[in-house]
Design a protein around this ligand. Structure first.
Ligand code: NAP
Length: 284
């Protein structure tokens, strides 16, 4: 593999489009594929190249990134018999899965690919992707993680090597479970405080000063009070991740089950495409 060979990027959704654009802006030759054509036009205008299939994008690439919705999308993009990227990858290329997936699928994918796989899901949302401030949690062979770290640093401020394949993904699911728990508690407690005649902006200013309130929780509370529900990280994606966390846990997690039930209730109430803070609406 040489540094003159292109990078492939599969999946130009809300996150992937921003991440791929940063690789192009850093001067890399990036060939992207997306299921629907709309994002490809923008990517071309940003200076990227586009391919007609994942296989075409991966052919000759030294590194193949994927940023896709879920296990099902990942399986089809890597392994589809006619168009899957895996069949076109050189054995010394590296596959990087940045999507939030189940650890079981990551382990299956690693065992199926002949090239090394790094699972490198991210903490941070669209603003952090725009700014190159994502935090990567990388699992996979140490040599492969080290060799792709400079590329990840174009998109993220931190790369944490956490172990073998699946470990980055397991940690990401734990991070999202922690955040989801905070969002549910905040939605409930803001409702409870307003029932007790507490002025919410005053309460928020006080809460922000306390160590118990994480920066993410403070941001979520502020978004709830502002009614800022435009999707950054949609309810449906959080429900997907909580489902994967429960499947992977190796034991029952009663609290996470309850949190997932709140996100499912939000989806059933028609809030699935809104930002996770829209959970607040369940308590009005
Ligand atoms: P998104 O905007 O919904 O994009 C999903 C991408 O997956 C699109 O490129 C979509 O293609 C593609 N896709 C979906 N189903 C497919 C299928 N069956 N076959 C092929 N492609 C398929 O989601 P996102 O916000 O970018 O999130 C991407 C991943 O990052 C998810 O795993 C998510 O959980 C994770 N994540 C998201 C955030 C966030 O704040 N949004 C933060 C951290 C991690 P089309 O364009 O054709 O629909």
């Amino acid at each position: 593999m040489t540094s003159t060979q292109p990078i492939a990027f599969l999946g130009l959704g809300a996150m992937g489009s921003r991440m791929a654009a940063r690789l192009v802006a850093a001067g890399h030759d990036v060939v992207a594929w997306n299921r629907s054509p709309g994002p490809l036009q923008l990517f071309r205008a940003q200076g990227g190249r586009v391919a007609a299939s994942p296989r075409e994008a991966a052919a000759g690439a030294r590194v193949v990134f994927a940023m896709l919705r879920d296990d099902e999308a990942s399986r089809s993009v890597w392994l589809d018999a006619d168009t899957g990227a895996a069949a076109a990858m050189a054995d010394d290329a590296i596959a990087i899965e940045c999507s939030t997936l189940s650890p079981a699928w990551i382990e299956e994918l690693a065992a199926t690919l002949s090239a090394p796989l790094v699972d490198a899901p991210v903490a941070g949302s669209r603003p952090q992707a725009d700014a190159g401030q994502l935090i990567f949690m990388a699992g996979g062979p140490q040599e492969a993680v080290l060799s792709v770290t400079p590329l990840l640093r174009h998109m993220g401020s931190e790369v944490h090597a956490v172990g073998d394949n699946g470990s980055g993904t397991a940690l990401k699911l734990a991070v999202n479970s922690l955040f989801a728990a905070q969002v549910v508690v905040l939605a409930e407690q803001l409702a409870a405080l307003s029932n007790q005649q507490v002025t919410l902006p005053v309460a928020l200013a006080a809460l922000k000063a306390m160590p118990v309130t994480s920066p993410a929780a403070a941001g979520a509370a502020a978004a709830m009070l502002a009614g800022a529900y435009a999707p950054l990280f949609p309810v449906q994606l959080m429900a997907k991740d909580l489902g994967y966390a429960l499947q992977a846990a190796g034991q029952r997690l009663p609290l996470t089950e309850s949190i997932l039930a709140r996100f499912q209730a939000a989806s059933e109430a028609g809030l699935g495409d809104e930002h996770i803070v829209a959970l607040h609406k369940l308590y009005r």
